[in-house]
Design a binder for this molecule. Structure first.
Ligand SMILES: Nc1nc2c(ncn2[C@@H]2O[C@H](COP(=O)(O)OP(=O)(O)OP(=O)(O)O)[C@@H](O)[C@H]2O)c(=O)[nH]1
Ligand SMILES: [Mg+2]
Length: 560
């Protein structure tokens, strides 16, 4: 699929909007060629930047691919979607992701649809990788929340929903897998109301119960959109628009039921309200089947019509930076090893204001140093293309920007620092050692890289030495990813040994000697300078807190 995506995509991606529309304005000295504010605003207005989120397996990567297919960016979706033996979707490019059929790392895609530039980030659903999803949610303007029609709102979806609520991110809900037996549509709406507190406002309503999906009732027009399967879901589903009378004649009972249920929705006032949606009080709901490409077209249209455009983003003091101001952006993800042939590192930047022009010199807020953006790329899963110009809302990959870390801000002219992206509190700890001492150099390089990317946190102490750092993870699958990459990417086979800790607290230098004398407690330093005290459990932590009044043991952020 991956290769197919590369070959079959249309010129739209290769140019995408910024490049094709604006590239003529790029000059040899880009910093001196300002774009008029109205032009920047107009470009920001046509951007939709969102993440696809949910519990594992709800169909995010399949939907991501279906959206790209509908925008005609790729020719054919993976014909075999069954995990394990399916062809990997466009966004699942890591070998481990293909082998296991899960997403481990988020992947960004950009494409144009109806004169709108869509920046979409497919996120991993598994809780062990939620830190990655959290970082993505700090960089988008909206989210598409997937719900499996049979399973309803699952635990991890609720956690991600909480993150969205915390950040007031507007959510569009897509009830997926309607081609398979599942719950009743009205029951699913009740669940959304009860568990999220959001008022669901269906834009489409399914015709046929889950498992017998004829199509959807488009509530705004009252029309029936009939879906017909093509090529086992590999191509764009055939759609036919029928008015109510024609639908009744063709479908009969299921159409009548859909109409009755839609009337109920009306009585309950479950209508779309744009302000309530943007204020994250209400969620538009749509029904479909990503694997059959049903309802995907409607979702794309909704994203263009109602999802928020790129707007001013608040800095760390809460002051929004208008989109017309000079360039600014921040790093929300660092990823290396995307391609075995190019072992480079990509820092993903969300453009917040102004125009990004490749080659421009920006200021790195963390160090105050100038930073030349010579190698900038646009990402399409694992494929990439040089990007010359990008506007607010766009996601740009800076190649081999080794000075950049997650959360760093970049700007031109007026300084801006965007809010820090908090790191999660690790709960699993393992010592890592090189299996083969002659590979120590590779080992060190690998550890450094994984640390830099934030794949896993790396803790060190004089006592343990550089040969045996401690890896700290939110979830145990992060260790598997780290080990896999150490072996396959850095050629540094290693051993991992579980440590008996489950809690980390931040402390200060004056408490290190006190804590080091405590039974079962160890203090290590993280590469960002934080001193972390590790405890076997909360009882031991409580004991230490009781014994030493005033001791600094701050909880780390655990927001998702
Ligand atoms: N029947 C049916 N199966 C679907 C549908 N959408 C996705 N699937 C299947 O569900 C499984 C999971 O799909 P993915 O797209 O990998 O799910 P995901 O949400 O990206 O999973 P993670 O990234 O691991 O969290 C695959 O076997 C898909 O073929 C759908 O609409 N109907
Ligand atoms: Mg996925």
């Amino acid at each position: 699929m991956r290769c197919c995506a590369g070959r079959a995509r249309t010129g739209k991606f290769s140019g995408s909007a910024p490049q094709s529309v604006e590239s003529c304005a790029v000059t040899a000295a880009p910093n001196s060629a300002p774009f008029p504010p109205a032009r920047i605003r107009a470009q920001a207005d046509r951007r939709r930047t969102f993440a696809v989120i949910s519990h594992p397996d709800a169909g995010k990567s399949t939907l991501t691919e279906a959206l790209a297919l509908h925008a005609r960016v790729i020719g054919q979706a993976g014909a075999v979607h069954g995990k394990g033996n399916r062809r990997a979707t466009v966004s699942d490019w890591m070998q481990m992701e293909k082998d296991r059929g899960i997403s481990i790392s988020s992947a960004a895609l950009q494409f144009e649809y109806r004169d709108t530039v869509i920046n979409l980030v497919d996120t991993p659903g598994h809780a062990d990788f939620s830190e990655d999803t959290y970082r993505v949610l700090s960089a988008v303007d909206a989210a598409v929340m997937l719900i499996d029609a049979a399973k309803g709102l699952e635990a991890q979806t609720m956690k991600l929903f909480e993150v969205c609520r915390h950040r007031d991110i507007p959510i569009i809900t897509f009830i997926n897998k309607w081609d398979r037996p599942g719950q009743e549509a009205l029951a699913l709406l009740d669940e959304i109301t009860e568990r999220t507190g959001l008022r669901p406002a269906p834009l489409t309503w399914p015709v046929g119960i889950a498992g017998e999906f004829h199509g959807v009732l488009e509530r705004a027009s009252g029309d029936f959109i009939r879906f017909t399967r093509t090529d086992a879901g590999a191509g764009i589903a055939q759609e036919e628009r029928l008015d109510a009378d024609a639908a009744a004649a063709m479908i009969g009972g299921d159409w009548d039921t859909a109409l009755e249920e839609a009337e109920l929705l009306e009585l309950e006032g479950q209508e779309h309200d744009q302000d309530a949606f943007l204020a994250a009080r209400s969620t538009p709901v749509m029904f479909g089947s990503a694997v059959l490409n049903f309802g995907v077209h409607q979702l794309l249209d909704a994203l263009v019509d109602i999802a928020p455009a790129a707007g001013p983003r608040p800095d760390q003091d809460g002051n929004p930076r208008p989109v017309e101001e000079p360039f600014s952006g921040f790093v929300f993800k660092v990823q290396a090893g995307m391609d075995a042939n190019h072992r480079d590192r990509l820092a993903y930047i969300r453009v917040c204001s102004g125009v990004f022009e490749r080659g421009m010199v920006v200021t790195h807020a963390t160090t105050g140093k100038p930073f030349a953006t010579k190698y900038a790329q646009q990402v399409f899963g694992r494929d990439r293309e040089v990007v010359d110009t990008a506007f607010p809302g766009d996601i740009v990959g800076l190649v081999n920007a080794s000075a950049l870390r997650v959360g760093d801000s970049l700007y031109v002219d007026r300084k801006v620092v965007f809010p820090r992206i908090p790191t999660f509190s690790p709960e699993h700890f393992k010592v890592i050692r090189a299996k083969d001492s002659s590979k120590y150099k590779q080992f060190r390089r690998g550890i450094e890289q994984l640390d830099h990317e934030g794949v896993i946190q790396v803790l060190r102490s004089d006592l343990r030495g550089d040969q045996a750092p401690v890896l700290a993870a939110v979830g145990p699958m992060q260790f598997e990813v780290a080990e896999d990459r150490m072996v396959n990417e850095f050629n540094a086979p290693c051993t991992l040994e579980q440590l008996n800790f489950s809690l980390a607290r931040r402390t200060t230098p004056e408490w290190v000697s006190v804590l080091s004398r405590e039974r079962g407690v160890e203090v290590l330093s993280r590469s960002d300078g934080a001193l972390l005290a590790l405890f076997p459990d909360r009882w031991r932590l409580a004991g230490v807190e009781r014994e030493h009044e005033g001791i600094v043991l701050e909880p780390l952020v655990v927001s998702a």
